[in-house]
Ligand binder design. Structure first.
Ligand code: UDP
Ligand code: MG
Length: 311
């Protein structure tokens, strides 16, 4: 099979048929040997029936229906695990990623690149705080991590089968696919595009989801926050030591015993606060170790029309 297109879907009933038409136009212009894998991530609307409808019209439309909402990264991952193509395309269902760009992604992939990611030049209709936090996040993660994670990219990209095989063999549970793909190496390049506004509905990435995603990204690509906790601990201990010397000096050399209540409170609170921060950071990592050790399945499939063996 030439091409697999993976489409994670969460409440996208309005955009699905237009997405399908635009995808068909683009993909059939260079191959007839393709598959579309729609992963329905616990949508509450009619998304699944729209997808099933498409699959009865077209044998190449496959679907995986999750038993509940497991999250965007797991939906993409399930698609990767079932993809048969030599090249795999990941695209959002909300038409923010223009399907027509696949032509350029495919052309570059044909020219020998293993990963061609779509890089946003402009993002229409997104709030300034989303743009700002996104920018900040990619700057931060690149400062903290040795893996260069491309700025202004989402998961919209084409990857070779060999990259897919590596990604699905990576057992970590806190999936940050764009980082994991960057980490694999090989020949990677980008294509610039303008990100469209959502066709319908609204983003399902709330700030709390984005924050959790950002923390997954940082924690799986950098141990610096963990080290920061240690540095902070040393710094505070050093300051405390100076303050202790100063207190002793006041008491024994100058016989000037301080009332001291307020300074005591301040320092106790300060040290307490720092300890909590450090514990919090350690906790974040421990939580992730827990997740990995639990070894639960990443997602649960309720229904699918894909019956061939996983490769
Ligand atoms: N999505 C998903 N599961 C989720 C949230 C989102 O499968 O829990 C899908 C969604 O249908 C869309 C893509 O992931 O195809 C990107 O989501 P969204 O547009 O909400 O994110 P944004 O573009 O705002 O970052
Ligand atoms: Mg979107």
């Amino acid at each position: 099979m030439d091409i697999s297109v993976i489409i994670p879907v969460f409440n996208e009933e309005k955009s699905l048929s237009i997405l399908y038409d635009r995808l068909i136009d683009v993909v059939t212009s260079f191959t007839q040997d393709y598959e579309f894998i729609f992963v329905n991530d616990g949508s509450k609307d009619a998304s699944l029936s729209v997808i099933k409808e498409l699959s009865t019209k077209n044998q190449s439309v496959k679907y995986i229906d999750f038993s509940r909402n497991f999250g965007h990264q797991f939906a993409v991952f399930a698609g990767l695990e079932n993809a048969q193509g030599d090249a795999i395309i990941i695209i959002d269902a909300d038409l923010q990623d223009p399907p027509e760009l696949i032509r350029e992604l495919y052309a570059k992939w044909k020219n020998g690149y293993d990963v061609v990611y779509a890089q946003r030049e402009e993002r229409k209709g997104e709030s300034w705080h989303k743009l700002f936090t996104a920018k900040l996040f990619y700057k931060l993660i690149n400062k903290l991590s040795d893996t260069a994670i491309p700025l202004d990219t989402g998961d919209f990209r084409i990857i070779s089968k060999k990259i897919k095989d590596i990604i699905i063999s990576m057992p970590e549970r806190n999936k940050f696919l764009r980082g994991q793909i960057a980490w694999t190496g090989f020949n990677q390049t980008s294509v610039l595009y303008n990100r469209d506004v959502r066709y319908a509905g609204k983003t399902s990435y709330s700030y709390s989801k984005m924050f959790a995603f950002a923390f997954d990204g940082v924690a799986s690509f950098s141990n610096i926050p963990l080290r920061l906790a240690t540095y902070l601990g040393f710094l505070v201990s050093f300051i405390s030591f100076l303050v202790i010397l100063y207190t002793l000096y006041q008491k024994y050399a100058r016989h000037n015993v301080v009332q001291g209540w307020s300074s005591l409170m301040v320092s106790i609170l300060f040290v307490g606060g720092v300890q909590l921060i450090c514990l919090g950071i350690i906790g974040e990592y421990l939580g992730r170790i827990m997740d990995n050790v639990k070894n639960r399945p990443l997602y649960i499939v309720k229904e699918t029309n894909i019956y061939q063996q996983k490769n």
